[in-house]
Design a binder for this molecule. Structure first.
Ligand code: GLU
Length: 509
């Protein structure tokens, strides 16, 4: 660690919703900042006007809020380094581009889009499909390096549109140390003369990113691996300005579950799971699902994301956000792509659901139910059912029998267990139940055991019948707890109704 105060940023472009890989980048920045008592800020990189999507900014802020990883500086949040939206800083960038031109690190290019297009076509027809404006081709283009100085002046005076391009030197190795990848070396021959300032006066991502990281005193640039190819240019820009480099950490790609390629925004719900933290509605009204609306608990979602490219080096898998802040280090971020695992995401959800207090789950459940069953009863329902649920709504789907009489009876259990003596046996058990004075789960269990011993039957032959009549199901939580929760009257009534219904059903079979 350097002695510089830690200031990190999440710098999304508002070109659409935040993909879960973007949330992971935000999370790692957040964890890193917290760990070193630093600042986590958000900066909106909206210099690409063509790709701007209305609503994206609000979406991003809302998603971070849901995740509980809000930055402390950013649009609408305040901070001493604002504005935090690049389009609002537009005028600050031009002097930096001009400085680069003056110092010979950049140049003006007057080629029109039509001329560039013609050049690309010509190169393509000659078998060079990927024509680039670079340290070789620039010699045959219209720019301040090839045109006489007075013509350049004339064109500027006539307000001819131009771009400012980086003048990539020929055959120079750019080296920098990445906190995740170690030393990275890229030869400038592989990098084109990137545009830094557009004819509109708007900077491109590269220039704005560097100027702002410097202005906002960013100590560590923690971002996705897709930005690694841009890093050598960024390093050159820092050098050209004579600025110290921040530390770089490029996070591994988030891959599709089969490991075949990057998990992209376009994967939407196509692979059977959401790729967005919260629902996203397109301008056309199309809705892409999000983890929040699917019923995921944000803590579990974040815990899963933390492990997507990082591990603590121990077997512990469940971490609260505070524990993650303590444990997270860039050294334990892996280089290789991290496969997204929807099953693991569900597993985390189950773990978080189980550790949510029953009272809290009951409250949430009451909000999705139309009938008022009372919070006390719902709390017990949650206690009995949450081990078998992944989402709050499963508690109802799987456990509604605790509050409503069954309307059907599990066929498989009927086929396998409902033998000839079942009706009379259950009739007798009903008799025993009606005489019980203590209706605790323990007391019912004790009587049940005495009952099967007296009948010389095993638990596996009788318990499923009891469960079937009372709950309609073949499986579930402790039958004695269920019976105790329902109470004597309800239990006995359910057995009577079940016996009547099954008598009809089995006689028809
Ligand atoms: N604006 C870039 C993005 O959309 C940020 C890259 C960076 O963090 O430097 O991800």
């Amino acid at each position: 660690m350097s002695n510089r105060p830690v200031r990190v940023r999440f710098a999304p472009s508002p070109t659409g919703p935040l993909h879960l890989g973007g949330v992971r980048t935000a999370l790692y920045n957040y964890l890193f900042a917290k760990k070193y008592n630093g600042v986590f800020l958000i900066r909106l990189e909206d210099t690409d006007e063509k790709r701007f999507v209305p609503g994206a900014q609000d979406y991003i802020m809302d998603a971070l809020k849901w995740c509980g990883i809000m930055p402390t500086e950013g649009p609408g949040l305040g901070g001493n380094f604002g504005p935090y939206i690049q389009s609002e800083r537009k005028d600050t960038y031009r002097p930096f581009a001009e400085q680069l031109v003056k110092d010979g690190h950049a140049y003006l290019a007057f080629d029109t889009p039509e001329e560039l297009d013609a050049m690309r076509k010509q190169a393509s027809s000659m078998g060079m499909p990927n024509w680039q404006y670079n340290n070789i081709t620039r010699a045959s283009m219209k720019n301040s390096l090839t045109l006489p100085a007075d013509e350049v002046e004339k064109r500027i005076a006539a307000e001819e549109p131009y771009t400012v391009r980086m003048k990539m030197p020929r055959n120079v190795d750019i080296r920098f140390e990445d906190e995740v990848r170690g030393w990275v070396v890229v030869n400038t021959n592989n990098i084109d003369d990137k545009i830094l300032l557009k004819p509109t006066g708007m900077p491109t991502y590269h220039l704005a990113n560097i100027v702002d990281d410097k202005a906002m005193e960013i100590s560590h640039v923690i971002r996705g691996e897709e930005w690694l190819p841009s890093a050598p240019l960024h390093v050159m820009l820092y050098d050209a300005f004579g600025w110290d480099l921040p530390k770089f950490a490029h996070l591994p790609l988030v891959l599709k579950p089969d490991g075949n390629g990057k998990l992209s925004k376009r994967d939407g719900d196509r692979l059977g799971f959401p790729v967005f933290p919260t629902n996203w509605t397109t301008a056309e009204g199309e809705v892409y699902s999000g983890y929040r609306e699917k019923g995921y608990i944000s803590g579990g979602f974040l815990n899963m994301l933390a492990f997507l490219g990082w591990n603590p080096g121990t077997t512990q898998e469940i971490f609260s956000l505070d524990e993650l802040c303590e444990t997270f280090t860039l050294e334990r971020v892996s280089k290789s792509g991290a496969k997204f695992d929807p099953d693991k995401t569900k597993w985390y959800q189950q773990q978080y659901l189980r550790s949510t207090p029953n009272e809290v789950l009951a409250k949430e459940l009451s909000e999705i139910l139309t009938e008022n069953y009372g919070l006390d009863r719902l709390t017990t329902v949650c206690r009995l059912m949450k081990e078998r649920a992944t989402f709050v709504e499963d508690i109802w789907t799987e456990g509604s029998f605790l509050l409503e009489k069954p309307t059907s009876y599990d066929e498989k259990t009927m086929r396998k267990k409902w033998k000839n003596n079942a009706s009379s046996l259950m009739g007798e058990w009903k008799g025993v139940m009606s005489t019980l004075s203590d209706y605790s789960a323990e007391s019912i269990e004790g009587s049940f055991k005495d009952f099967i011993i007296s009948k010389e039957l095993g638990i596996g032959a009788v318990l499923p019948l009891f469960r079937l009549l009372v709950t309609g199901k073949g499986m579930g939580p402790s039958m004695f707890e269920i019976a105790s929760f329902l109470g004597k009257e309800e239990c006995v009534e359910r057995i009577s109704i079940g016996l009547d219904t099954l008598a009809v059903t089995t006689s028809q079979a």
